[in-house]
Each structure stands twice: as structure tokens, then as C-alpha cells.
Design a protein around this ligand. Structure first.
Ligand code: CTP
Length: 379
């Protein structure tokens, strides 16, 4: 098969294929890149799998600038003609405990043994890179058939137990690629794996990373969250999960934070660990100045999260009435009016701000503020 790359990429890949031939290794596109190409989606990043040791291969190239390498995983990042390319060695991995990060058992295995360690059949197709750029499809686990049938299928029955984040990755693919769904067998495997989740060795970092990816696209995040709750995927992390879909939806509508994923992930972790929203309420009086000062320096994501967790009306008041209020005057303006340096400056600025924050305040412009200072603080 042919792949539509730019002339520059074609040239780099062709060179790499020639070098690989001389070096005595085969090189491939795999995982997301191969899947996207087979689905007619243009690939963004270039990752190359070396059937053998990728580090030795890349180090043998005189046109590659090495950026970083991980000896334990046999991976290496290099820049070729200004383009970053990740190279990985074929490897066999094992999961010593359910949910933990996999351990590399062998670097430089054959391609088939590398493909079987992967999450879904749709990600287990390899495209062999040859100098004629006529990519040969290696598909021992029938990934092409599943791409055609839009089915998400793991490669063995223990896959979701070994790595529960694959449930979330599957959900991400399902929402990302129209018409995709888990196979009937996978639905059963997921249900079973969630019945007796083994969290003792669970890599929380990987769960958080995967959740961040799942919620990173704003157009899919709400759907992803609903499925996460309805299908009880939270059982990867918690038995009990008192999340409110309507509260978080309302919070997003009102606070419109930029980083959707951050709010969802923090919400999941907090509500799972601390089911009572009441306990999370911040201690503060009804003073508008106090409310303003409490929220002023918080990122919008944190205010949105706080509201979703607590439904505290003070966060609403801040958002709707106080958020955009700012003092126009500064200390130097008070010095120019004749006040002397010291605590008094801060105290007066605070008093002007309190006045500005009052309901239906008539102090709006710089002149209003100066006027107020003159009338109130200058005898
Ligand atoms: N992988 C896996 N299990 C995981 C994470 C990743 O088996 N928990 C494998 C998959 O085969 C995947 C490859 O590692 O194709 C690369 O992972 P990643 O870069 O995270 O995702 P892609 O599948 O490449 O997809 P995309 O970047 O398009 O989301």
C-alpha cells in the first residue's frame, strides 16, 4: 500500500529503509500511526518500530541527531532533517501484577511478539517500511478486519486485568472514531474485570495520564464522563463514586474553563476520595471582599471544580458579579494625592475595592475611585 506523506518525509523514510536494509533490521509503522493510515487519517507524528535494537540502529545513522534515549525500553528519539522521530525496539512485556506498569522481558523480539503486547487488534497492525515505499501490511491478529467492522477487541482475555487503562483507551477510541464499539466479548471482559478490580499495584500515574487523554477533547469530554459514570469504569479506581453528572455539566456551562481534562480528572479523583462535597466547602464569610479575594487568584479550572464539588453559591457570586472588577488606581496614585508611604496605602486601596465590589456600586472608572478617595480619606 502507499501512504501520502510529504516529499520530505518520503525522502527521510526511504533513506531509513535503505539504512535498515544495510544494518540488517526491518523497520515498521505500528500502533496509532498504522491504524490512522489504514483508516484514511493523515498521521501527525512519525514513530518507527525497529525489529531489533532501535538504539543500535539509530546510532549507526550519520544523519540522525540523537535527542534522548531509554536503555530499559530500547527507545530513542532523534531529529532527522529537522523532524523529530521516535524509534522503539520490538519488545516482549509482562505484567508482574494486575494494573502495574509492564516490565520489559526482552528487547529485539520478532514483530509478531511485539504486536501481541498491544491493547487492541486495531493497534496491532504493522506496515513494513521498504525503500520502494510500498508498505507491506503485517496483520497477524486481524486488525484490518476489526477496523473495517469498527470493533474494539483486545488481543487476549486477561488484557483489561493486566492494564485497566485499556478500558479508558477503548472508550476514547469509541468516541473518537465514529461507529466504533467494544466487541460483545470485550464488553463481558470489561464487566468481569470491574467486578473484582485489583488496585493494589495499579499505576495511578498511568490512569491519570489516560484520563487526561480521554477528556482532552472538549467536544467529547461530556460524553466520555457520562460513560465513565454509567458504565462504572470508575471502578478501576473506586468502589463508590457519588459523582453528579448534572453538577459538573452546570459547572462547565457557568465557568467555561479552558482545560476541560484537568477539571474532569481532578473531579473524579476528589469525589472518589472525598464523597461529601460539604466537607470541601471553603470557610469564608459572606463579605464580598473576602469572597473576591478567595477566588481572585485561583485558575478558572479550580473555581469550576470547586463549584462542581460543592455547589457553593459564593463561587457563583464571584463568577457573575465580582470576577471582572478591578481597581484602576494603584499605590502611586495615592502617593500623588499626598498620602505617605506605608500601611495606609494598602488599607485605602482595600477600602476602595470593598466599595467597588458592593452591589450596585457607582464607583467604576479611575476618576470615580480618585473622587471617592478624595471625599472619604482627605479631610
Ligand atoms: N499501548 C498499549 N496499552 C496502553 C497504552 C498504549 O498497548 N495502555 C500501545 C498501543 O498499541 C498503542 C501504542 O502503545 O497503539 C502507542 O500508544 P499511544 O501513543 O498512547 O496511542 P496510539 O494508539 O498511538 O494512539 P493515539 O496517539 O492516536 O491516541
Amino acid at each position: 500500500m502507499r501512504i501520502k506523506f510529504s516529499e520530505k518525509i518520503n525522502k527521510i523514510i526511504k533513506n531509513l529503509a535503505l539504512e535498515a536494509k544495510n544494518f540488517g533490521v526491518k523497520i515498521y509503522f505500528v500502533g496509532g500511526l498504522a491504524r490512522d493510515v489504514l483508516m484514511g487519517i493523515n498521521p501527525c507524528d512519525i514513530d518507527i518500530l525497529v525489529e531489533g535494537n532501535a538504539i543500535d540502529f539509530v546510532k549507526s545513522l550519520n544523519f540522525a541527531q540523537i535527542k534522548s534515549q531509554h536503555l530499559d525500553f530500547g527507545t530513542i528519539k532523534a531529529q532527522i532533517e529537522g523532524i523529530d522521530i521516535d524509534f522503539a525496539s520490538t519488545r516482549v512485556e509482562i505484567y508482574p501484577f494486575p494494573g502495574c506498569l509492564p516490565k520489559v522481558q526482552k528487547i529485539g523480539c520478532n514483530i509478531k511478539d511485539d504486536l501481541i503486547r498491544r491493547d487492541f487488534t486495531i493497534n496491532s497492525v504493522a506496515l513494513e517500511i521498504t525503500p520502494d515505499l510500498d508498505f507491506k501490511i503485517i496483520d497477524p491478529y486481524f486488525g484490518q478486519k476489526d477496523i473495517k467492522e469498527r470493533t474494539l477487541k483486545v488481543l487476549h482475555d486477561k488484557s483489561y486485568i493486566d492494564d485497566p487503562t485499556r478500558i479508558l483507551r477503548g472508550l476514547d477510541f469509541k468516541l473518537r472514531f465514529k461507529g466504533f464499539d467494544f466487541s460483545e466479548n470485550d464488553k463481558k471482559l470489561i464487566k468481569n474485570s470491574l467486578k473484582t478490580p485489583n488496585r493494589e499495584h495499579l499505576s495511578k500515574d498511568r490512569v491519570i495520564l489516560t484520563l487526561n487523554k480521554l477528556f482532552s477533547d472538549k467536544s467529547r469530554a461530556e460524553k466520555a464522563f457520562c460513560e465513565f459514570v454509567d458504565k462504572e469504569y470508575y471502578k478501576i479506581l473506586f468502589d463508590y463514586f457519588p459523582a453528579s453528572k448534572s453538577n459538573i455539566k452546570k459547572a462547565f456551562r457557568i465557568f467555561t474553563p479552558e482545560n476541560t481534562a484537568q477539571v474532569y480528572v481532578k473531579y473524579i479523583l476528589q469525589i472518589g476520595q472525598n464523597p461529601s462535597g460539604e466537607a470541601l466547602k471553603a470557610q469564608m464569610s459572606n463579605s464580598r471582599l473576602e469572597i473576591y479575594k478567595h477566588f481572585k487568584n485561583l485558575p478558572q479550572e479550580d473555581i469550576c471544580l470547586y463549584y462542581a464539588l460543592t455547589l457553593d453559591k459564593k463561587a457563583l457570586l464571584y463568577q457573575r458579579e465580582l470576577k471582572d472588577i478591578k481597581l484602576n488606581i494603584a499605590g502611586r496614585d495615592l502617593l500623588a494625592l499626598g498620602f505617605s508611604k506605608g500601611r495606609i496605602i494598602g488599607e485605602i486601596l482595600d477600602k476602595v475595592l470593598r466599595k467597588k465590589l458592593a452591589k450596585n456600586s457607582t464607583i467604576i472608572t479611575f476618576e470615580d475611585e480618585i473622587d471617592y478617595v478624595r471625599k472619604t480619606f482627605i479631610p
